[in-house]
Ligand binder design. Structure first.
Ligand SMILES: *[C@@H]1O[C@H](CO)[C@@H](O)[C@H](O)[C@H]1NC(C)=O
Ligand SMILES: *[C@@H]1O[C@H](CO)[C@@H](O)[C@H](O)[C@H]1NC(C)=O
Ligand SMILES: *[C@@H]1O[C@H](CO)[C@@H](O)[C@H](O)[C@H]1NC(C)=O
Ligand SMILES: [Zn+2]
Length: 287
């Protein structure tokens, strides 16, 4: 089942739409984070990113997807996911030694760019790139199918969504987030993030949020990122394909399937946005 890495890189580089939350997911993670960062983090990041608007995180949240489709950035394509070689739905697991070798993965990339963002000996432009990578990859690691090898993270599973042909990965990256939020623009993402922020501040996520960040540490970034990847991967077994792939190939996924996936997609976006805020706070506090 293991794929040959140069082939992955080539495929990912030539098909920029694969292996990434669509723009909506990344914007929403960024806006949730914007609502929770400290004022010190806000001004630090606005300066580093040279953007004093309230969109300073959202505006760079999809940069890593454009970069990896350039020849200079092709090396970063494997950083958007981790190919867990498990056996869903009966057994889900992530193992760094098994699943993150050769060209790296989202777990090693989070560790690398977290440390580069902290490294003030690097140039401002290198640290700006590191910030954009961290903002993007904390989103990607929350997408269950970014933490799964089976059928290239669902990219080769042909499905129907609202009478159109697509693939399972795209349903999770784009179709469901756009369905929940009601669009694909930054302003729609901002409204969705306001709803998730309210859930964290006083709604159904209020009692959960401290657990989302407990044990999280930028000094062992790889361990934290592995925890997040393992959580996402577990959802492949419980939510993405609880009864395997065949039921997904014989129904229109815009119906009951989307209804069943919606709580998980909302939770993952809220969780990663909140974690991103606390992660950036910890980085800025360490400088
Ligand atoms: C860390 O990031 C730099 C800058 O993009 C890259 O050149 C390097 O290969 C990365 N290292 C790892 C181990 O991913
Ligand atoms: C399906 O597509 C139609 C026409 O584009 C649209 O009006 C409708 O909202 C879509 N439904 C879902 C569930 O995405
Ligand atoms: C968030 O949106 C959902 C779906 O529209 C709604 O049921 C919920 O009450 C909203 N939460 C808050 C805190 O506004
Ligand atoms: Zn991505």
């Amino acid at each position: 089942m293991a794929r040959i890495l140069p082939l992955i890189t080539l495929l990912a580089a030539s098909l920029p739409a694969v292996h990434a939350w669509g723009a909506m997911g990344h914007y929403a993670v960024a806006y949730v984070a914007t609502n929770f960062v400290s004022t010190t983090t806000k001004s630090y990041m606005q300066t580093l990113l040279a953007d004093t608007t309230t969109d300073y995180l959202a505006s760079v949240a999809t940069w890593a997807d454009s970069y990896r489709s350039t020849s200079a950035g092709a090396f970063s394509a494997p950083f958007h996911y981790i190919d867990a070689l498990d056996s869903p739905p009966s057994s889900c697991s992530v193992s760094l030694s098994r699943d993150c070798n050769g060209g790296g993965c989202v777990v090693s990339a989070i560790a690398n760019y977290t440390s580069r963002l902290q490294n003030t000996a690097l140039s401002a432009s290198e640290r700006q790139i590191a910030a954009k990578m961290v903002i993007h990859f904390l989103g990607d690691v929350g997408q269950p199918l970014h933490c799964e090898n089976l059928d290239e993270g669902g990219n080769t599973v042909d499905v129907t969504y609202n009478k159109s042909s697509t693939n399972l990965h795209a349903v999770w990256d784009t179709k469901i987030p756009e369905h929940i939020s009601g669009g694909s623009s930054k302003s729609v993402a901002k409204t969705w993030a306001a709803n998730l922020t309210a859930e964290i501040n006083s709604g159904s996520y209020h009692s959960l949020a401290s657990g989302w960040v407990s044990g999280m540490s930028i000094t062992n970034a790889q361990a934290s990122a592995l925890t997040w990847a393992s959580e996402s991967n577990a959802e492949v077994c419980t939510v993405v394909m609880p009864n395997g792939l065949s039921p997904l190939e014989t129904q229109d996924l815009s119906g009951a399937y989307t209804t069943s996936a919606t709580p998980t997609v909302r939770l993952q976006i809220a969780k990663q946005g909140y974690r991103l805020a606390k992660w950036l706070d910890a980085i800025v506090a360490s400088l």
